[in-house]
Design a protein around this ligand. Structure first.
Ligand SMILES: [Cu+2]
Length: 210
């Protein structure tokens, strides 16, 4: 088990750059890695990979997909400065059930719809310095259901970008962050909130988009 755990951790680091929790894809990949790597001479007990506890913590944000599709551009024109856009915005607040010790984030989310697509920007402070937070557009308001599930452009489509909007938010050495991501699809009316996650995937802060 110890080998497997180490291999899994290493695979998670390699796959995710320690950016967020490992999900099903990472676990599957790690399990495959462990089949190849953990071949210990004299280890005559075959590993049964079907029974390992992969530590699923129940959240649904571990499936990382394509990192490039969720990397924002701090230098892009922010959503609230785009011309001819339909703009919604909201202020971040801690969720009622945010874990103790969650950063006291403050700041705004901006969602702009243009003829050409949807642009999402955040301008945040009060976060941990020099780290990264995963965020998404969510399909419900911040209350009572903490944003509910991820917003999907096609409700029957993929749970990865570009069918969802995922944005990695890197902070500076003061714990501030400002970044922007654009999606080619303008049909983002159904996005009701933006949710920030801790690195284990837990939701901790939310901004209603109105
Ligand atoms: Cu989310």
């Amino acid at each position: 088990m110890r080998h497997t755990t180490l291999v899994r951790a290493a695979a998670c680091m390699a796959l995710l750059g320690a950016l967020t929790a490992c999900g099903d894809d990472a676990e599957t990949a790690a399990a495959e890695d462990s089949e190849r790597i953990v071949v210990t001479p004299g280890d005559d007990e075959p590993h049964d990979h079907s029974t390992h506890d992969h530590g699923d913590d129940g959240h649904d944000h571990g499936d990382m997909g394509d990192m490039a599709a969720m990397t924002g551009d701090p230098d892009a024109t922010p959503a609230d400065e785009l011309p001819d856009a339909q703009l919604r915005e909201g202020e971040f607040a801690l969720l009622d059930d945010a874990p103790d010790g969650s950063p006291e984030v403050s700041g705004s989310a901006y969602l702009a719809r243009t003829d050409n697509g949807t642009t999402l920007s955040v301008d945040l402070s009060g976060l941990e310095a020099d780290t990264e937070y995963m965020s998404h557009l969510h399909a419900e308001a911040c209350s009572p259901n903490a944003g509910g599930d991820h917003f999907k452009f096609d409700p029957d489509g993929s749970d990865q970008p570009p069918n969802e909007v995922h944005l990695m938010v890197p902070t500076d050495d003061d714990g501030a962050a400002a970044t922007t991501i654009t999606n080619d699809n303008p049909a983002s009316e159904g996005a009701k909130s933006m949710v920030l996650h801790l690195d284990d995937g837990t939701k901790f802060a939310c901004a209603d988009l109105s």
